[in-house]
Design a binder for this molecule. Structure first.
Ligand SMILES: [Fe+2]
Ligand SMILES: [Fe+2]
Length: 307
């Protein structure tokens, strides 16, 4: 009973041409473009396409059962960027393992992103799973003996400095109903936002998941024993604590220069072994960087304190 997962995140690809329209001058894309062109964000991702090429080689050759993407495929949330990212990742390529994907806040940059399902259209082959109702999230997919539950925590934001997320009461209600349908096996949430930072503290006000407490408590009720995420671009493994009933893993940005990498998880029964595969610019390849391991246990949820 062993399952191998590749977890990657925050690749922030872009495309040429973007498909810019006049109305984009009045939404969040304008500030995003300033960030990319003038504030250095673009240069931090200048090797992103090469890193994705190397990562795709890993996906094809390392014996993974499932690819797990925790969001921020794009830079400014354009459909052109969405399709560019999906194409470069090999979404729908039958020679690669199947994937599961949820959007990040950059993928839902403007209100139309949600209504017109930009992300879900481009990543359709990675959106298959069990749902309650017709809403795209959450959905669950069983890989071997492990349940992966895709929970959307990203939302469009209007203010230029706002990078916050929210799962929302309605989705949490669907999450409860979905969990009631799942049979035995470890349950792992895949979402964009972290519950907590590396120090078990809440993220800064304009970067956080607003309803992190409700998301945490609902996940604990549902017997979740691990939360996989991105959004923060530096990777970390967070053990359970007084305000966290189960561990969380941030894989960081897979493509940002000098933070680049992804995680290779082997889940044997209820035990997880993780290998961080870091990107090496000189060889244009990934190599082992660090290792970690812990037990996944249903008892985490029962030991939960709240704050
Ligand atoms: Fe990101
Ligand atoms: Fe993000």
């Amino acid at each position: 009973m062993t399952v191998r997962l590749a977890h990657f995140s925050d690749i922030h690809l872009t495309a040429r041409p973007l498909g810019w329209r006049a109305r984009d001058a009045f939404n969040k894309r304008t500030s995003g473009l300033v960030n990319v062109k003038l504030l250095g964000r673009g240069s931090r991702f200048k090797h992103a396409n090469d890193v994705i090429t190397a990562m795709r080689r890993e996906f094809a050759s390392r014996g993974f059962d499932q690819l797990v993407f925790s969001g921020d495929a794009t830079t400014l949330g354009f459909p052109t960027e969405m399709h560019e990212a999906a194409t470069r990742l090999g979404v729908g390529d039958p020679t690669l393992p199947p994937g599961i994907a949820i959007p990040g806040n950059h993928d839902l940059y403007i209100g139309r992103s949600v209504r017109d399902r930009f992300f879900e259209t481009a990543f359709a082959p990675w959106q298959h799973g069990q749902r309650v109702g017709t809403d795209p999230y959450p959905f669950a997919r069983k890989v071997g003996h492990v349940w992966l539950i895709a929970l959307n925590s990203a939302k469009p934001n209007f203010l230029f400095w706002d990078a916050t997320g929210r799962v929302g009461a309605e989705q949490l209600q669907r999450f409860r109903r979905l969990c009631a349908l799942l049979d035995d096996g470890p349950r792992i949430v895949v979402s964009h936002y972290p519950l907590l930072k590396e120090d078990h503290q809440v993220e800064p006000r304009w970067h956080r998941l607003h309803d992190w407490r409700a998301a945490r408590d609902t996940a604990a009720e549902c017997g979740v024993s691990l939360w996989l995420h991105g959004h923060r671009h530096k990777w970390y493994v967070l053990p359970p604590g007084a305000n966290l009933p189960f561990p969380t893993i941030c894989t960081g940005s897979s493509t940002q220069t000098n933070r680049w990498g992804y995680h290779d998880y082997t889940i044997d029964g209820w035990h997880l072994k993780g290998v961080r595969r870091g990107y090496d610019l000189a060889s244009s390849a990934f190599m082992d960087a660090e290792r970690f391991e812990f037990d996944l246990s249903e008892t985490f949820s029962r030991n939960a304190d709240t704050c």
